[in-house]
Ligand binder design. Sequence first.
Ligand SMILES: Cc1cc2nc3c(=O)[nH]c(=O)nc-3n(C[C@H](O)[C@H](O)[C@H](O)COP(=O)(O)O)c2cc1C
Length: 283
Amino acid sequence: MENVLAIIKKRESIRAYNPARSVYVEERTRLEACMQEYCAGPLGNTVRFKLLDLGKVSRDELGRLGTYGVIRGASLYLLGAAPDCDGALEDLGYCMERIILESTALGLGTCWIAGTFRRSSFARQMGLAEGELLPAISPVGYAAAKKSVVEKLMKRGAGSRQRKPWSEIFFGPDGQTPLSGEEAGIYGDALEAVRLGPSALNSQPWRIIKDRAGHFHLYLRERRIYNRTLGKIRIQNIDVGIAMCHFSLVALEKGISGKWVREAQARQFTGLTYIAGWQADYL
Ligand SMILES: Cc1cc2nc3c(=O)[nH]c(=O)nc-3n(C[C@H](O)[C@H](O)[C@H](O)COP(=O)(O)O)c2cc1C
């Protein structure tokens, strides 16, 4: 995938698909290869994907595979399963976003769906193992020529195209002073890629703090009531996994290789939950 930041800018949630166009075999094959390749998350969990073709599902079952009218015209869905373990939702966000960006690069529309779908029916199609969760799905297909009414309402309602400014999400060592573009240095584009990421209800819960030694640390500003409504599936933990994906892909493209790790001595800040720190191979 080339020019990741441009692909990140191009991606947007597509909720209305062209029912007359099914995804080309070449594109499906490429996605299937990605599903095999991107299944190990940075926090140590292995996740699993399936492409579900609604054309191959029995009539009875098809009636149960709903998205409450949110998605129109899609016949192919990417299903993402994760173990019920610490860090697995972040890992799912990380790996699935990689596949979503690849789909965008191929000219396909997608939409992260973690709330508005019949989870148990899709879980049956996924064939979940004991202890596995189905945190999210996404339609994959060609966008319809016109956006649906639901789509327009959701875009307006979630203020989808808006993102928080740098000053509200990236900070210096004290966790309060906004980080300037100059202080971001060669990580400027990686941070911008985090800022532009998709998140459930567009809540953008990621916060990044650069410490005195120049290391970046990722935190979650959790909206507890919202993040805990789906039981074990913490939607905002998926969001921060997406942020980790954007950061590392763009950093790598800038020639900065490294990885996200859970640091034993991470600093705690009031109101923020520590997620991981970026460990560059060369600083
Ligand atoms: C983890 C996650 C879960 C989401 N769940 C839903 C959902 O259940 N239904 C929906 O219509 N959109 C859902 N979205 C899409 C967001 O509303 C959308 O990404 C956000 O408003 C930003 O808009 P954009 O994707 O067009 O940039 C979800 C996004 C993420 C990242």
